[in-house]
Write a protein that binds this ligand. Structure first.
Ligand code: NAP
Length: 260
């Protein structure tokens, strides 16, 4: 049981792992011995994240990759396999926020397409080449895989002026269930993490809005926004052998917000 959460010899991809929740996930995995490949668009953020993870003594690779591009995630998968020889888990975490300011009646086609191209297509693009590798490995007697997507509580709530974001995240929940059923035979689990209000770059604007904070924080039983480090436990658990029989779930990490 002592080794239940040991991730030595495991390799994980974390899209959007150069900041916010993704960096919290990457740090936790590296701390437990996992090699991590971070895929993000911003080379400077990638370099800063690599420096931070290197201090933990973990093996880390960063790749400039826009998950909206199928070609770029295919290339990033190849580069990760070249560096580490295998991929055991893929955390499809990269995403953009919806802004919450534009009425549905005024939503532009471009705005709508951009949201889905990153938040939903990005998950498809990250998972597909990785799944092909996992299926091939299972065929060689090494059946193990973890697919984890970062969804949102917005997939469950009515989120005014954010319907494009909510729709992209709700689609992830269904996608995860389908992937879980289809790939169980390969030893591959699929789960979604649903964060509540989390202190990251994405929510900087909200956190600077005193009226919003005065309304929102008292509705969180923990009386605070979550931090990227609050995703350490769930990331290590989902990546580890401890979660072998846990699949097709939508796991809420929100300080109790959704039931209060
Ligand atoms: P964040 O700090 O803004 O991080 C977003 C990450 O996604 C960054 O690493 C960014 O890297 C990456 N990214 C964005 N677009 C990308 C693209 N096209 N290709 C590759 N990487 C891309 O925000 P966060 O709060 O940590 O968000 C992480 C996930 O949690 C998102 O899916 C978000 O929807 C979800 N979430 C957040 C909250 C919250 O309250 N913060 C709540 C619920 C769900 P680059 O800038 O280098 O591209």
């Amino acid at each position: 049981m002592a080794n239940l959460f040991d991730l030595n010899h495991r390799v994980a991809v974390v899209t959007g792992g150069n900041g916010g929740i993704g960096l919290g996930i990457a740090e936790a995995l590296a701390t437990h011995g996992c090699a991590v490949s971070i895929w993000g668009r911003n080379a400077e953020k990638n370099a800063a994240a690599a420096a931070q993870l290197s201090k933990l003594g973990g093996k880390v690779q960063t790749l400039v990759c826009d998950v909206a591009s199928r070609d770029e995630t295919a290339r990033a998968t190849d580069a990760t396999l070249k560096e580490f020889g295998r991929i055991d888990g893929c955390f499809a975490n990269a995403g953009i926020g919806g802004g919450g300011r534009t009425a549905f009646a005024d939503r532009t086609e471009d705005d709508w397409r951009r949201m889905f191209s990153i938040n939903l297509d990005g998950v498809f693009h990250a998972f597909q080449p990785v799944v092909r590798h996992m299926i091939a490995r299972a065929g060689q007697g090494d059946a193990f895989g973890r697919l984890v997507a970062t969804s949102s509580m917005a997939s469950l709530f009515g989120t005014a002026r954010n319907e494009h974001y909510a729709g992209s995240k709700a689609a992830i929940n269904s996608l995860i269930q389908a992937l879980a059923v289809e790939h169980a035979r390969y030893g591959v689990t699929a789960n979604a993490i649903l964060p509540g209000w989390i202190d990251t770059e994405m929510t900087e604007g909200l956190q600077a809005n005193d009226k919003f904070m005065a309304n929102a924080v008292p509705r969180i039983p923990m009386r605070r926004f979550g931090k990227p480090q609050d995703f350490a436990g769930i990331a290590v658990y989902l990546m580890s052998g401890a979660s072998a029989y846990h699949t097709a779930d939508t796991i809420v990490i929100d300080g109790g917000y959704s039931v209060f």
